[in-house]
Design a protein around this ligand. Structure first.
Ligand SMILES: [Zn+2]
Length: 409
């Protein structure tokens, strides 16, 4: 079996992995590089050179997507529409229902097939089994690929400190000694960062929300773990969480995978109708109308501002700064700190932000424990900027590849 990592041997993001047995080819993730996400670029210039994936001919037997982060699926709208694309139900919902709210890419005409934890798909002599893992995306997956007498585990993005850490541990106990482990290493090189659990985040937020001040918090509702932490901290302090219609749409659509997920019509949640293109799209398709029952106006928030925790979006943040002033509220930043390097309105307030965040990726100690239990014969670094550190960190033979290098497994 041949392996080509088209992108990801030397960077975090843009992952794209191809396996071939001479008859069939199977691709795992078709991501955009991190620096291309959210830029108004023609994404086709990032297409990896995989014959039959993007063209009219049908050379790739299947594509598997580990999770709905654009650095893993960002080029999917360009692929041949006849190729079956396997992903979790949550990923399929986010791509079909939520991604169109954000941009111009369309995923509705793809041949998406849902795959669940433990399920196996056979593609010619390939067998691919999906395992749900803990990550900052809803229902992320690792894949075990078997072909003849070789077994490979592709970790996707994985961690062991979120609300679904038990999923990653279950994978750890179910996989014994694969021939190769394609292991993500996003946190290598960030060794000094504090490793908090999602429960620590909830606790810290609870402490901050105790203050009689409005809190403005920047987070991604697609990171369901984080949303739940924010919501639970609000409930503990009897604060009202103000969401935007976009967040309501995410939660409503993901109700299919969890009936326990808080919704716009729950106690302690209100909706501020931020004026932006997403709100307009939701108004056009009729969804916005439903959120009216939970609507809160800016004046209502101002009248009792100390009762509210507001999810930041550009419209409401600007109005709050104008009316209250940045010094009279708590500004909480709950995303990867690297985004702050991009110029934007948070940039000016950088020294006023309280960062409360934990990574979507496993720390080194957890990765080492994972390797110890799984005992792969070889490790291949992926999704890392530090591939040359693997040999010192892990107790297994490390095969370092370059992008587009063909390796015989
Ligand atoms: Zn990810």
């Amino acid at each position: 079996m041949k392996l080509i990592i088209h992108r990801g041997t030397n960077e975090i993001g843009g992952s794209c992995v191809e396996f071939s047995n001479g008859r069939k080819r199977v691709v795992f993730d078709v991501g955009l590089p991190l620096n291309a996400i959210d830029e108004d670029l023609d994404i086709s210039c990032y297409k990896p050179n995989i014959s039959g994936l993007f063209g009219e001919e049908n050379g790739v037997a299947a594509v598997f997507i580990s999770h709905a982060h654009p650095d893993h699926y960002g080029l999917l709208s360009l692929i041949n529409k006849n190729i079956p694309v396997y992903m979790s139900k949550a990923s399929a919902i986010l791509l079909k229902k939520i991604a169109p709210l954000l941009g111009k890419e369309n995923y509705a005409d793809l041949s998406i097939k849902e795959i669940s934890d433990g399920e196996e798909v056979r593609i010619d002599d390939f067998s691919v089994r999906a395992y749900e893992v803990d990550h900052s995306a809803a229902t992320a997956m690792a894949f075990e690929i078997s072909e003849e007498n070789k077994r490979i585990l592709y970790s996707g993005d994985i961690r062991f400190h979120g609300r679904r850490a038990w999923r990653s541990r279950k994978l750890m106990s179910n996989i014994a000694s694969p021939d190769y482990l394609l292991l993500e290493g996003s946190t290598l090189g960030r060794e000094n960062q504090e490793q908090l659990t999602e429960y620590d985040i909830e606790k810290r937020l609870t402490e901050f929300f105790a203050e009689p001040k409005l809190s403005l918090i920047v987070f991604s509702t697609q990171n369901i773990d984080r949303f739940v932490s924010v919501y639970k901290a609000c409930v503990r302090q009897n604060k009202i969480l103000v969401l935007d219609p976009y967040s309501c749409a995410i939660l409503e659509n993901l109700r299919e995978i969890s009936a326990h997920l808080p919704q716009f019509d729950w106690n302690n949640i209100r909706v501020y109708f931020a004026g932006n293109s997403i709100t307009r799209k939701l108004a056009e398709n009729g969804d916005l109308y439903r959120y009216k029952t939970a609507k809160v106006t800016f004046d209502e928030i101002m009248a009792k501002s100390e009762n509210y925790v507001v999810k930041a979006n550009f419209t409401i943040a600007e109005k709050l700064f104008e009316k209250l002033g940045a010094d009279n509220m708590r500004l909480i930043y709950s995303l990867w700190s690297g985004y702050l390097d991009k110029p934007g309105f948070w940039h000016d307030l950088r020294n006023k932000l309280i960062c409360i965040h934990t990574s979507g990726h496993a720390g080194i100690k957890d990765l080492q424990d994972f390797v110890k239990v799984v005992r792969p014969k070889h490790i291949i670094p992926i999704h890392t900027a530090c591939k040359n550190k693997y040999a010192d960190l892990f107790d297994a033979d490390v095969v370092v590849l370059d992008d587009n290098e063909e390796a015989e497994l």
